[in-house]
Design a protein around this ligand. Sequence first.
Ligand SMILES: C[S@@+](CC[C@H](N)C(=O)[O-])C[C@H]1O[C@@H](n2cnc3c(N)ncnc32)[C@H](O)[C@@H]1O
Length: 314
Amino acid sequence: MHNNPLPRLDEHPEIRTQLLGFCRLKPGDIWVDPVFGHKVACMDASDARSIAALMGDDRAELAIHDPPYNLVAFETRSLDEYIAWSRRWVNATINATSPDSSLYFWLGADQRDHFQPLPDFMVMMREFPVQARSFITVRNQRGYGTQKNWMAVRQELLYYVRGNPVFNVEAEYTDIPKTLRGYYKDVGGERTENLERGKAETIRAGNVWVDIQQVFYRLEENVSGCYAQKPLKAIDRIIRASSNPGDLVIDFFAHSGTTLLAAEMAGRRCFTADIDPVFCELTIRRLEHYRRTGRTGWQNGHAFDKLLIDASRN
Ligand SMILES: C[S@@+](CC[C@H](N)C(=O)[O-])C[C@H]1O[C@@H](n2cnc3c(N)ncnc32)[C@H](O)[C@@H]1O
């Protein structure tokens, strides 16, 4: 394995500053993909005017947002400020989506601080013209905790809809074989067992996803330097369930560009944004790298590998 990772960029501001020199976008800029019409914007998700400029006349069928959670990584602010800020980007999202659309929001809950901001965010969402549809938990393999508490291994994912959007249930099936027998029911006068009745060989993901591997340095999809990367498999499941080929997907918190890449792989267009030019550049490079090599990330190498070595020689 190529072993030259970038360290976490939030913990190494000096490397982040060095990378700024390689960034195509500065705040306010929008990159338009010449191949498939995706867009990557360097902008603040809570700024209505910037988001309107990104969207133009397009409206998305699906939003997948993974904002900072007001927990450990990224800055933390008062809960009131965090909710006021969330209200602004949710509002921008509503304006950017079509009347029949799905909205997925990843969020965290601080168990040492009354589970903020999750419950507060859920209550805030009641102000918007959306319906709550599901509260999904993704189980991480690794967690954090002590010998005196349950290990924290959950990732929360809220699913809302506007109007009556698509839901492709076949996207929900996992690779996990159905094994549980013994749920008997009479069908047409015959006693049947659940494996005989079911159409699928595997179980549905349901709203607790246990079959998704967390991203870590041994996986091809790893984008070193990032510290909050979501697994492609999770985003792919959302995209296939809640959009159709050719639809537009938005993600205003791009980071490693997972939603853009998953959209490309599933034949959907994606408009994505990040406030940080370095994450915008990583997002664009990850797409270009995939198109060039078929690889979904750099595993334990990184997107600026050769450039940084050259820069340090000069
Ligand atoms: C949790 S990460 C998203 C991870 C992403 N789903 C992935 O798989 O890589 C949050 C991202 O939001 C960006 N961000 C923070 N505040 C923002 C804002 N106001 N507008 C746009 N992006 C913001 C951060 O720079 C960071 O890259």
